[in-house]
Design a protein around this ligand. Structure first.
Ligand code: ZN
Length: 296
């Protein structure tokens, strides 16, 4: 039966309405699919330089952007760190939840007592850190806010209580290495030996994904490159040399993958370094390199 003109018009109207609704939801769906990667949050890392010109230390304030939960890593010099914490906690930009220490040395854990006078916080760190609350076991994990996953990596050598903290937030990865790994170098073996540093650098840290950004406890890159150039000549070392001449700060600019190329302490199997040091295995080379660096 043919439709009456009024029914025909009504059907046309309903069909266009249906088509419009489908189009709208399709465009909403595709917009959502496209913007998804943009709304996936990355952790926010703020460097706080301390004792610039002498110790050249770094404290780091790491924040989960959505919940605003923050941790402060190695806040060793309160006069330089407290104003940053005060401003951001008072404005509501962050909710400070923990102090994290990479090891017990005074220029890393020495600010704990003073910070505790202003903020009641647990301290996560090595067993010898001042007023430590919890020493996480090797490879144990905790979270910051909703999205940052932290893994504690025991790396004894510089001190026996040295812990590196590996942070993951979606596709973003960072490792806070204290005085174990520097950009282009490593810490002195105060409480450990070459076997331990070789394990820390070339087994524990080397096993992290290559795109993990490195945040060390000090800005020592210029001195480290100067030494690296005496030991080895490669493209990566030349690039690091150029970068460190042009930039005062190098933290977070290089990855574990870069360190495997330009850090001589992570190239203990390089035949050129082996022949220079006379070392036949990784540990012998590590020992010889550290002794050469200490004398340089
Ligand atoms: Zn130290």
């Amino acid at each position: 039966m043919p439709l009456a003109p009024s029914h025909f018009l009504l059907s046309c109207f309903l069909m266009s309405l249906l088509a419009y609704t489908i189009k709208q939801s399709a465009s909403r769906f595709s917009a959502r699919t496209i913007t998804k990667p943009l709304i996936s949050r990355a952790m926010h890392i703020q460097s706080i330089p301390m004792w610039e010109g002498t110790g050249n230390n770094y404290a780091y304030l790491v924040t989960d952007d959505k919940s605003k939960e923050s941790v402060i890593i190695d806040p060793a010099n309160p006069p330089e760190v407290l104003p940053v914490l005060k401003e951001q906690t008072e404005s509501g930009a962050i909710k400070l939840s923990k102090i994290i220490n990479t090891h017990h040395h005074h220029d890393h854990a020495g600010g704990n007592s003073e910070i505790l006078k202003h903020y009641k916080l647990p301290i996560i760190g090595g067993k010898d850190c001042t007023q430590v609350t919890t020493t996480p076991s090797h490879k144990s994990q905790f979270t910051i806010g909703e999205s940052i996953k932290v893994t504690a990596l025991h790396t004894p050598c510089h001190t026996q209580d040295s812990i590196c903290f590996y942070f993951e937030d979606g596709s973003e990865r960072a490792v806070f290495t204290g005085d174990t790994l520097f950009i282009g170098g490593c810490g002195r073996f105060f409480e450990g030996n070459a076997t331990e540093m070789n394990k820390a650098l070339n087994e524990v840290l080397a096993s992290l994904p290559d795109d993990t950004k490195v945040y060390p406890g000090h800005e020592y890159t210029k001195g480290n490159v100067k030494f690296a150039k005496k030991v080895l000549d490669n493209e990566a070392i030349r690039k690091l040399d150029e970068f460190s001449q042009a930039n005062k700060e190098t933290q977070g600019k290089f990855t574990i993958g870069d360190e495997k190329q330009h850090n001589v302490f992570m190239r203990v199997n390089d035949p050129d370094i082996q022949s220079l040091t006379g070392g036949k295995d990784a540990v012998e080379v590590m020992k010889a390199l550290r002794e050469m660096k200490d004398r340089s």
